[in-house]
Design a protein around this ligand. Structure first.
Ligand SMILES: [Fe+2]
Ligand SMILES: [Fe+2]
Length: 371
């Protein structure tokens, strides 16, 4: 079930509630690259519409006609269907003076106006992720630890990159232990389920790559230590994407040639981050540096060919492509596992190691059959 389309939720729906049409459409426009958006201009309309289609998050202005944003939140908290929907209140009032009222009415966060687009996106993401991460507390210990420890590493790396610091690889190694133990004990499906609604796409994709790459390594008989390297490589393979502008990373639809060049820059950026620390295992470096190389030399950044491609690179490019096809994005639904494997086998024979692909395909079809 974890790899089929039907169980995947859609891209989150965000309701923007604001009586000021210009504000409302500006906010909706900023969010549309990341989320589905619905707009309401008053409290009554929002309550009716939200009962019809429950949003994953509501962003409401305190001056909304029909009673104001605070009243909408109070009404939602009394409503059986809407009680647990997270709400962000926006207000032009002084932050400190309104904070107690925001908390008292049951809103989850306050966004003080004026705010930048990046602050809006960061707040929406944080509130959505808080919901998802709280859900991890209900999982069995190994998947729970794998999810919590890897997100913590990811957040720390993001801070380290912002601060121009290197990565302490021992922390990554420690965080990957519960992930590898979950693989070894066939306890990993909750990790894939738990991460698929996470709103940090690079994290969700990277943890999925780490999990399936480790599963692949375990299936072909690698040692615990080697599988641990694969999991670290999967988790860090796209770490350079943290330096790519949001509007390119999350652009709905195709990238222009220029944007694609910027996107390709995530590979040297990953290398730069990883090379800043000499304790990063060689296997992790190879996965980060070569996962977009293709056997026929048409990949990037170096256009490596045939035997120039390390086996780890061949494994990681198979897993990376499979994950990209089966990931949910704002511009596409997730592809079913069987269909993705079919496309990879039929259309990518010049790019991918066929022997490894056959093994991966067998392993994935087995995994799907088990659930
Ligand atoms: Fe990549
Ligand atoms: Fe990737």
């Amino acid at each position: 079930m974890f790899l089929t389309e039907s169980r995947h939720r859609q891209v989150p729906l965000v309701a923007v509630v604001d009586g000021n049409g210009q504000n409302r459409s500006q906010v909706a426009h900023a969010l549309i690259s990341f989320y589905r958006v619905v707009q309401y201009f008053d409290v009554g309309g929002a309550l009716c519409g939200l009962r019809d289609e429950v949003a994953d998050l509501v962003l409401v202005d305190d001056q909304t006609p029909g009673g104001g944003g605070y009243n909408l939140v109070r009404a939602m908290r009394r409503d059986r269907v809407l009680a647990s929907v997270p709400v962000i209140l926006t207000s032009a009032q002084d932050e400190r003076s309104v904070a107690p009222a925001v908390k008292a009415c049951g809103a989850n966060a306050l966004l003080s106006k004026p705010y930048r687009r990046s602050k809006l996106i960061a707040t929406v993401t944080a509130v959505l992720n808080r919901q998802v991460e709280e859900g991890w507390n209900r999982l069995p210990s190994r998947p729970r630890a794998a999810l919590k420890e890897t997100i913590s590493v990811f957040n720390n790396i993001s801070d380290a990159i912002d601060g121009g610091q290197g990565i302490d690889y021992r922390v990554v190694d420690d965080a990957c232990q519960p992930l590898v133990e979950a693989i070894e004990n066939d306890d990993y499906k909750d990790i894939l389920e738990g991460v698929k609604d996470h709103d940090n796409y690079t994290f969700a994709h990277s943890l999925k790559v780490a999990t399936l790459l480790s599963l692949f390594g375990n299936a072909i008989g690698l040692t615990h230590r080697d599988v641990l390297v694969l999991s670290g490589g999967g988790l860090l393979h796209d770490v350079g994407k943290m330096t790519i502008p949001h509007q390119i990373l999350n652009k709905p639809g195709h990238l222009t040639a220029e944007e694609f060049e910027v996107m390709k820059g995530h590979v040297p950026a990953s290398r730069a981050v990883l090379e800043a620390n000499d304790s990063v295992p060689r296997g992790v470096m190879i996965i980060a540096a070569q996962h977009h190389e293709k056997l026929d030399g048409s990949g990037y950044p170096r256009g490596l060919k045939g035997r120039e491609l390390n086996e780890l690179a061949r494994m990681s490019s198979i897993v990376d492509i499979f994950c990209a096809l089966t990931d949910r994005r704002v511009y596409k639904p997730p592809m079913a596992a069987g269909k993705a494997l079919e496309i990879m086998t039929a259309e990518m024979s010049a790019h991918l190691d066929q022997h490894l692909l056959k093994m991966f395909r067998g392993m994935m079809l087995e995994a799907v059959r088990d659930v």
